[in-house]
Design a protein around this ligand. Sequence first.
Ligand SMILES: Cc1cc2nc3c(=O)[nH]c(=O)nc-3n(C[C@H](O)[C@H](O)[C@H](O)COP(=O)(O)O)c2cc1C
Length: 171
Amino acid sequence: MDALEALMSRRSIRNYSDQPVTEDQLETVLRAAMAAPSAGNQQSWRFIVVTDEAQRETLSQATPYSGMISRAPVALVICGDTRAEKHPGYWVQDCSAAIENLLVAAHAIGLGAVWIGVHPVVERADNVRAACGIPEGIEPMSMIALGHPLETKPPSERYEPQYVHRDRWQG
Ligand SMILES: Cc1cc2nc3c(=O)[nH]c(=O)nc-3n(C[C@H](O)[C@H](O)[C@H](O)COP(=O)(O)O)c2cc1C
C-alpha cells in the first residue's frame, strides 16, 4: 500500500480480534508517530503503551466515548511534554501530527485504530492523568485503541472543493 492509498483508505476501527499486536508492529507505529513534523522539531509527544487489562478497563471509562479501549489489545495514551517545549503551546499540534501518522501507519500494516479525544476536556484529562499517574507538566492529549480489525469500512470521500479558497477568503 503506498502512502496516498493508506491516507485515503484509513478509517476508524472500533472492533478488534483477540490477536495480539506484536512488539514489532508496536515499534513500527511508534516510529511512524515520531517521524511526524513538530514545531521547531521539539518532538513534545510522549506515549504510554497500555496492555494491562485492568488499566485498559479504567481508561475505557475515562471519557464517554472510549469504551472500545476495553476490547482492544493495546491502548496508547498520547501526552504533550510542556516542559520540553521550545515553542510554548504547540504541543497539541505536535501530538496531532504524531497521532495521524500513527493511525495511517497502523492501517498500512493491517491494524485498525481509532483516535479518542481527551484534551481540552478537563474532566477527561484528569481521569487519564489519575489512571496513569501522569505528572505535572505532562498533558494527556488523546488516546488510541489499537488492534487487528474485526470490521472493514470503505474509504470515505470527503473532498469539498468549496472548502478551498484561493488567495483570499471568498464568500
Ligand atoms: C480529535 C478527535 C477526537 C476523536 N474522538 C473520538 C472518540 O472519543 N471516540 C471515537 O469513537 N472516535 C473518536 N474520533 C474518531 C472520529 O469519530 C472519526 O475520525 C470520524 O468520525 C471520521 O471517521 P473515520 O476516522 O472512520 O474516517 C475522534 C477523532 C478526532 C480527530
